[in-house]
Structure formats: C-alpha cells, structure tokens
Design a protein around this ligand. Structure first.
Ligand code: MD3
Ligand code: FE
Length: 217
C-alpha cells in the first residue's frame, strides 16, 4: 500500500538541524501554538504598535519593531539599549504572554539550555523589501544565556556568519513556525536577514514576524 500518513506532508526537512555549535533549528516547532501566538501578538500591538526606529547613525530601519516583557530593545539617535518603558507612550511594555514564555523556555530546554528565563521579547515585522544587515546582539548583560527566535508568516533567508564580520555568511531559509536557539559559541556570531521577498501567507498576509526572546539583565 502506498497510502500513508506521510503522503500529506510535503516537507523533507529534519525536525532538528544543528546549524553550528550551540545553534539548533527546530523546524515547525511553533506551529502547534501559531493561533495563540497570533492572538497574543494582536493584543501586544494594540498597546505598543510597530514602529520603525532610528539607528545612532541616523538611518531609519526597514524592519518595524515592538517589544513585550519586562524590558524592550530600542534604538534612537543616542544609541541601542534595553528599557522597561515604551518611549512612544512612556508606559511599561506589554507583559510577556504565557504562551510566548512557555514556548521560549521549552525550546531552549530542547536545545540543551535548561534554565533559560527571558525578560525581554523583541518583535520584528518585515514587509516586502525589509532586511536586517549583519550585526551581533551584544546589548545583553550575560552572553551565557541563549537567544530563542520564532519565525511566523512569509519565509526569509537568514544569514549566519562567524565571530568576525568578514566571514562569509551561510544562508538558511526560516519558515513559518521555525524556532532557532542560539547559544554557546554561536551566541555572538554576526547574523542578518536578506530583503524579504513578496508573497502571501495564509495567516499573516504579506509580512514576516520574528520574535526574539532574550535575557537582557
Ligand atoms: C544569532 N533578528 O532581532 S532572528 C535580531 O529574523 C535579529 O528578525 C533576526 O537578528 C530576524 O537581533 C534574526 C535569529 C537570531 C536572533 C538573534 C541572534 C539569530 C541570532 C543572536 C545571536 C546569534
Ligand atoms: Fe540579531
């Protein structure tokens, strides 16, 4: 018999893929909770709308951002930092939804980081053409804690470099529901996102959403 449960799954990616030492890609890991994540995102954005921030160099980012949790990552003319309040409203960032926290803690543990407790979640929104140039995430106090990222909506090409900017990045496709844990020797690698290719996602339309869970303090 050829009829088989797997005939309906047009996906040949392994569930777990080691990208580098300390970097683990969990394909489709967030799909079972996609609805909860999207409902919670809507509530966050009602309180703290997406906005395109400015870099210290004066450029406006193509990615629109907001945050939830005790701390949020912000950038403006005076620099990059974490702050407990949304600079647009002066109010605390929306609380981290239980579904977000549970997913981040569970994914980190699956990748081998047992005591991850994020205090910040940066939420990135990419519309067609938006990109993120190569950078390191080094505004956090303890690089011993991993970063957990969750991708929803349109797929993107993630650029995964090395510990020096000059190292040529490898490319990985991140799809709806993919979760990546970056820790250990991968925590300080240069990384970025290629310009988003236009498309239509059944749940999110013409955009990609990425959550990054961090231990800032
Ligand atoms: C590797 N975001 O918000 S997520 C960022 O898709 C950021 O929006 C990208 O880079 C995005 O800072 C990439 C994957 C990611 C996040 C943080 C990392 C990879 C990382 C930190 C260290 C190493
Ligand atoms: Fe980053």
């Amino acid at each position: 018999m050829t009829s088989d449960l797997f005939d309906s799954v047009p996906d040949t990616r392994p569930v777990r893929e080691d990208m580098a030492e300390g970097a683990v890609l969990l394909h489709g890991h967030a799909k079972p909770v996609e609805g909860e994540l999207i409902v919670a995102l809507r509530e966050i954005v009602a309180q703290a709308p997406f906005r395109r921030m400015h870099t210290p160099g004066g450029h406006q980012m193509s990615v629109a951002m907001t945050n939830c949790g005790q701390l949020g990552w912000i950038t403006d003319r005076s620099g990059y930092r974490y702050d407990g309040n949304d600079p647009e409203t002066g109010q605390p960032w929306p609380a981290m939804p239980a579904a977000f926290l549970q997913l981040a803690i569970e994914a980190a543990a699956t990748a081998g980081f047992k005591d991850f407790m994020p205090d910040a979640c940066l939420i990135n929104r990419y519309e067609p053409g938006a990109r993120m140039s190569l950078h390191q995430d080094r505004d956090e106090q303890d690089f011993g804690a991993p970063i957990v990222s969750v991708s929803l909506g349109l797929p993107a090409i993630f650029l995964f470099g090395g510990l020096e900017r000059s190292e040529k990045p490898r490319r990985f496709r991140l799809e709806h529901g993919d979760v990546v844990v970056w820790g250990g020797p991968s925590r300080l690698v240069f990384h970025g996102v290629a310009p988003l290719v236009d498309g239509e996602h059944s749940l999110l339309g013409r955009q990609r959403i990425n959550f990054t869970f961090r231990r800032a303090r």
